[in-house]
Design a protein around this ligand. Structure first.
Ligand SMILES: Cc1ncc(COP(=O)(O)O)c(C=O)c1O
Length: 356
């Protein structure tokens, strides 16, 4: 077996029995191909009932969260998410005119900063959309005030697709295709197969599956609207081994936080992992413009940590909000790994700064 930490998954952790994962949410539920497909659907669902002109989104986001609004002719305005005194600070303007407020609990860590604001804008009759992609397996997965909640599962495990929408509102039938985007799914599954063989030690060029993953993402970027996720993926989601996903991630993330708390060259964006928290990654702020050199050093040690998120022309940033994108690194803590692997990450980070 090849030992690498991070990057794309190659397996899906399954249980024999069905998990009834999201029954606790007690809301109407529907499956989709991807997070952006789910978002496009819920926007259309809202628009069928009342017009929305302006959406208020966080400046710290993925382009795929902005795209569905623009594609549905909705103006997007951003509230600032930035680092202040080594903590994440969210600056919403209560006087901003908008019809829809978009909220997210980053990386799965519960953040109470917006609780009062969310209660207030709910009283004003504005719609609240919560992106639970990162917080799906945290006990408080979303605010009860949220009118629509959605989450993409592609980031949690080796599923080629899969996202859900939950709402107390009636969810209309998707307008067009109920099947998945087959060309995209096939491309991604081919990439998983190749990566699996590579990890199992076959002489496979890395570039071969990395290109397939890239091509698949480009296909999704171009053609994401109106797709369901297909029966097979739905069944995989319903049999996900959530207990394992939660346990390993909590333990791994808690270990990283504990060991890195005193590293003076970085700062943890969230200082500890509570029992009810299931992180998707452990974000750190890397001081003195060392984020990219640290990331490159970790890659040399076969540790692949993503950056959230690439900046696109759809983003509208200023010096403060851009700094968050430029200085943070997301440490891998997922269910493929154990404490021994987390020790490798910690040691590599310490080694990088000791060499300086
Ligand atoms: C927080 C968050 N929400 C939504 C999305 C969109 O999900 P998908 O890539 O499945 O369309 C992403 C994608 O990176 C994301 O990070």
């Amino acid at each position: 077996m090849k030992k690498e930490i991070g990057s794309e998954f190659w397996t899906v952790e399954q249980t024999a029995e069905k998990q009834h994962l999201f029954n606790a949410f007690k809301r109407n539920q529907r499956f989709f191909l991807s997070g952006r497909t789910a978002l496009d659907f819920l926007i259309k669902n809202i628009k069928a009932k009342k017009p929305i002109r302006k959406a208020y989104l966080p400046s710290y986001c993925c382009h795929s969260m902005i795209q569905p609004f623009l594609d549905n002719d909705i103006e997007v305005i951003f509230y600032e998410v930035l680092i202040k005194e080594n903590k994440l600070m969210i600056k919403v303007d209560p006087n901003v005119e908008c019809d829809l407020f978009y909220t997210i609990q980053y990386f799965g860590f519960v953040d109470e900063q917006l609780d009062d604001f969310i209660r207030k804008i709910k009283q004003q009759g504005k719609l609240i959309v919560e992106d639970a992609t990162h917080s799906l397996f945290t006990a408080k997965a979303f605010h009860t005030e949220a009118d629509y909640v959605f989450a993409s599962l592609r980031k949690w495990t080796g599923l080629p697709g899969g996202a859900l929408v939950w709402s107390n509102e009636t969810l209309y039938a998707p307008a067009s295709k109920t099947d998945s985007n087959k060309a995209y799914i096939e491309k991604r599954e081919a990439a998983y197969r190749l990566k699996r063989r590579y990890i199992e030690g076959e002489p496979i060029e890395k570039k071969a599956f990395l290109t397939l993953f890239d091509e698949a993402e480009q296909m999704l970027d171009k053609d994401y609207r109106g797709y369901g996720c297909g029966q097979e993926i739905q069944e995989q989601i319903e049999h996900l081994d959530i207990a394992k996903i939660k346990k390993n991630r909590q333990e791994n993330a808690a270990f990283l936080c504990e060991k890195l708390r005193f590293c003076k060259d970085i700062e943890l964006l969230y200082k500890a992992v509570k029992q009810d928290t299931c992180p998707v990654f452990v974000p750190i702020i890397v001081k003195k413009h060392q984020r990219d050199p640290l990331r490159a050093f970790l890659i040399q040690q076969n540790i692949y940590c993503p950056i959230h998120w690439p900046i696109s022309p759809m983003h509208k940033l200023n010096v403060g909000t851009e700094a968050l994108y430029k200085n943070t690194l997301s440490l891998v803590c997922d269910q493929r790994y154990e404490i021994e692997d987390m020790t490798s990450i910690v040691n590599a980070i310490i080694q990088f700064f000791e060499r300086k």
